[in-house]
Ligand binder design. Structure first.
Ligand code: ARG
Length: 414
């Protein structure tokens, strides 16, 4: 039985039903919250008695935790909730449509998903910061083009991961802000005649309220950017844990083995995170393509917004949690790092800058040092440690201050 069965005669063909049915069970608790709000406003307008409101509220709090009560004969969770409310459910849809209802529920869902992402990002950032603290003074080559460039510390490099995560936290906060408004009252497209009070944070325009999915796209964008970063972090761990680099050792409790090759310890966690970036980017572009060219206001195409949002929430959660455990078990191979950092060519720029200090124009100094590298006579008495020290990177107070400042920004209890 559909909510609209009074309009069309006869049974729906099962093939049509299969297409129509929404896979939206995850919205259930959020829709119950939005429905309770709507019920309160119906009561405010004298359209629901105090007893009826009570009954609605009680039933909704039970329904919210009973996904199994939603049946395959319900078109979507909105229809299921109305059915599960029993006789009083017949009154609940006054002054609303599933169009404002689904937008309200999805907004609450996205707010929650953003909050979860924030917490998980902070947990990962704190673990990266602990690693950075342990390796604050561990020298390594800094790379450009994946070729050795200048010496820096592992702490300095890891702080770059933290910067990426901090921007991600900001993007999820922005998506949360975009989702934090109420489409309730918009009804199907132009409101209702029932004179219900406006909900808190009501969107200004009812047409926009039921057609806007920018908040979902903002969320998917924040997630795509997060995964873009996690994929780069994952790739660095994969690279650093190879025998060729050997900069880090994988945590045995979080690394994986091979079914055939007994010696293997593999960075599957880092690879999966890297791989999931492709899916995250696809979900963003998929929903963008869905909304592109859609006439205002609601169209059933919008039912397709849920799958990417649900899947993204799951991936954000499992990727961040898995990577947090993985990174917390990583350890640096300081000997390998030290021997890589001892490559004298890492100091070529320092030598050129020494010449500059002596009055040689930089371009000439560059050519002179390049020539000595080319003919194999390059040498320096400087060390990587002195070089790092004299550059004061990554900030005026050096790596230790930068780590402490980042820890404060991430609210670490010290
Ligand atoms: N399940 C629908 C969705 O996800 C709810 C809205 C249906 N609205 C309608 N006018 N048919 O978008």
């Amino acid at each position: 039985m559909t909510l609209w069965s009074g309009r069309a005669e006869g049974e729906l063909d099962p093939a049509v039903w299969e297409l129509l049915r929404a896979d939206d069970l995850e919205l259930l608790p959020y829709d119950c919250t939005a429905t309770a709000e709507h019920a309160a406003r119906l009561h405010g307008a004298g359209l629901l008695s105090a007893d009826e409101l009570n009954e609605v509220e009680e039933r909704l709090s039970a329904i919210a935790h009973e996904p199994a009560a939603v049946l395959s004969s319900d078109e979507d969770v909105h229809s299921a909730i109305e059915r599960l409310l029993g006789p009083v459910g017949k009154k609940i849809h006054a002054g609303r449509s599933r169009n404002d209802q689904v937008a309200a529920a999805l907004r609450l869902y996205v707010v929650d998903a953003c909050e979860g992402a924030r917490e998980a990002i902070e947990a990962l950032a704190l673990v990266v910061l602990s690693f950075a603290e342990t390796e604050a003074d561990t020298l390594m080559p800094g790379y450009t083009h994946l070729q050795r460039g200048q010496p820096l510390t592992l702490g300095h490099h890891l702080l770059a991961w933290v910067e990426m995560l901090e921007r991600d936290r900001g993007r999820f906060a922005a998506a949360r802000e975009a989702a934090s408004a109420s489409p309730l009252g918009a009804g199907a497209v132009a409101g209702s005649t029932l004179g219900l009070d406006a909900p808190e944070g009501q969107l200004r325009n009812s047409v926009d309220a039921v057609s806007d999915r920018d908040f979902a796209l903002d969320y998917l964008y924040a997630a795509a950017m997060l995964f873009q970063h996690l994929s780069r972090i994952g790739e660095e761990i994969v690279l650093w844990s190879t025998s060729e680099f050997g900069f880090v050792r994988l945590p045995e409790a979080a690394a994986t083995g091979s079914s055939m090759m007994p010696q293997k310890l593999n960075p599957d966690v880092a690879e999966l995170v890297r791989g999931k970036a492709g899916s995250a980017i696809g979900r963003l572009t998929g929903l963008l393509a869905t909304v592109k060219g859609l006439p205002l206001a609601y169209d059933r195409d919008l039912q397709e917004d849920k799958a990417p949002v649900f899947a993204t929430r799951r991936d954000v959660r499992v990727a961040l949690r898995g990577l947090t455990v993985f990174v917390s078990g990583l350890s640096a191979d300081r000997e390998r790092l030290a021997s890589a950092a001892a490559d004298p060519l890492l100091l070529a720029t320092d030598v050129a800058e020494d010449l500059v200090r002596g009055g040689v124009p930089f371009r000439d100094a560059h050519a002179e040092v390049a020539g000595s590298v080319r003919d194999g006579t390059f040498s320096t008495t400087g060390t990587a440690a002195e070089s790092v020290e004299s550059r004061g990177a990554p900030g005026p107070g050096g790596v230790h201050d930068a780590i402490a400042a980042a820890r404060r920004r991430f609210g670490a209890r010290t």
